[in-house]
Design a protein around this ligand. Structure first.
Ligand SMILES: Nc1ncnc2c1ncn2[C@@H]1O[C@H](COP(=O)(O)OP(=O)(O)O)[C@@H](O)[C@H]1O
Ligand SMILES: [Mg+2]
Length: 398
């Protein structure tokens, strides 16, 4: 690579990254517009003419996939000395790898919105017969306005395969790579596998290697979720990461369908729970009624017993020193309280006061006695249910 700060018609601002086949540079054109230069040095890697042809093919593909609003647009391709460069639109933002470092593990909602934003892009490139082959957090950029971009359609991907075919070794990190791709047979479903692994890495902040139980042959990422994931999401991610291609979703669109079915189902459950919540609060209305009734009952009881006490006192002062039994007592003996088995001080005082009044006919007192029985029972029931309610509340709180 040339050491000058100018490459072709571009002036280099800084190096962004150093990849397997060359550097990724931030540069400016003559008008000061920022672009990204991806360098490729075939000589340095001794890959040969076959690989170079693949690189050219990849450039053609990139021109095509670059026409998506979430893929950096392809600007041009040029050669300088031994190096080849791809110039593409610069995305000002942060990769998901950096975002994870800065903001911590993703929530289920963040994972779902990532999937919903990236799957259509993957579907688009697959439609153009391009397999990305390297989906991972470093290759997804969130632009400063929040829009997600898929980067690194690099020539290196075709190169990787050609080198792989030649040497049987994998170039770069295989952390996110599907088993069949490691075996040299990448398919569209390999990208879904890598996206699934990207998600479990973001939701746990752990390396995908640690999230797989070799003995049990299953993903154990759910055990390491800081933000607990629902079974619905787990089912979708685990299917994306199935080791056998036949057990994965057949396309990005199919994953999107599974997500929308899951979200629809979850919304329905939430609505049902909400409706049940409303019904519950409606059933609480009578409890307010019950409280008001008790207040009225207590106030009335106090008022009437007050009157009763006042009347008895009045009688006492009027008949002080008189040993004669008051007529009211005679009447009480003659007319025993029918509900006296369960005595309520206030209620019975009122009843006795009424019964002691000679002007009130006996029949009325008798019917009052019959009315007292259910009244007393209701009061006992209210007291028992109140006590049970308090007990339950106390137990739940503890
Ligand atoms: N168009 C772009 N705009 C902004 N940053 C980019 C762009 N393309 C790549 N990058 C950054 O450069 C890094 C390396 O580029 P990438 O295309 O992934 O090359 P490599 O094959 O070396 O991984 C990416 O992880 C990303 O941080
Ligand atoms: Mg990359």
């Amino acid at each position: 690579m040339t050491t000058t700060a100018t490459i072709g018609k571009y002036s280099v601002v800084r190096e962004i990254a150093q990849g397997g086949f060359g550097k990724t540079l931030l540069a400016e054109n003559a008008e000061g517009k920022r672009v990204v230069l991806k360098q490729f040095n075939p000589q340095q890697h001794n890959i040969g003419s076959q690989a170079l042809r693949l690189f050219d093919q990849e450039c053609d593909r990139l021109k095509e996939v670059g026409h998506h609003e979430q893929i950096p647009s392809f600007i041009e391709y040029f050669e300088e000395g031994e190096d080849r460069f791809i110039v593409q639109e610069y995305i000002l933002g942060q990769t998901l790898k950096d975002e994870l470092k800065e903001s911590g593990t993703y929530s289920e909602a963040q994972i779902l919105s990532l999937l919903k934003a990236i799957l259509p892009v993957i579907g688009f490139i697959h439609h153009k017969q391009v397999i990305h082959r390297d989906i991972k957090p470093e290759n997804i950029i969130r632009r400063s306005d929040g829009k997600l971009f898929l980067v690194d359609f690099g020539a290196s991907k075709s190169m990787s395969d050609s080198v792989l075919a030649k040497t049987g070794t994998m170039i770069g990190s295989a952390l996110y790579t599907a088993p069949e791709q490691i075996g040299g047979k990448a398919t569209y479903a390999s990208d879904l596998y890598s996206l699934g692994l990207t998600c479990i890495h973001l939701i746990t902040n752990m390396s995908p290697i640690e999230l797989y139980d070799i003995g049990e042959d299953q993903w154990i990422w759910q055990d390491f979720c800081t933000n607990k994931a629902s079974e619905g999401l787990a089912k979708i991610l685990n299917k994306m990461m199935a080791r056998g291609i036949n057990y994965r979703h057949s396309s990005a669109a199919e994953v999107l369908l599974a997500i929308s079915a899951f979200e629809k189902n979850r919304k329905e459950v939430e609505e049902e729970q909400q409706a049940a919540g409303i019904a519950k609060s409606e059933t609480r209305l009578p409890s307010r009624f019950k409280r008001n009734t008790i207040v009225i009952l207590v106030v009335t009881a106090f008022a009437t017993s007050g009157i009763a006490i006042w009347r008895v006192n009045n009688w006492r002062t009027n008949n002080s020193g008189d040993s004669e039994t008051p007529p009211a007592v005679e009447r009480l003996v003659e007319q025993p309280n029918k509900s006296s088995g369960l005595r309520f001080p206030v209620l019975d005082a009122i009843r006795d006061e009424i019964a002691s009044d000679e002007t009130i006919p006996k029949e009325i007192v008798t019917s009052l006695d019959y009315m007292l029985i259910p009244m007393k029972l209701i009061i006992v029931l209210i007291i028992i249910s109140g006590a049970l309610g308090l007990l339950l509340k106390f137990r739940v709180r503890n």
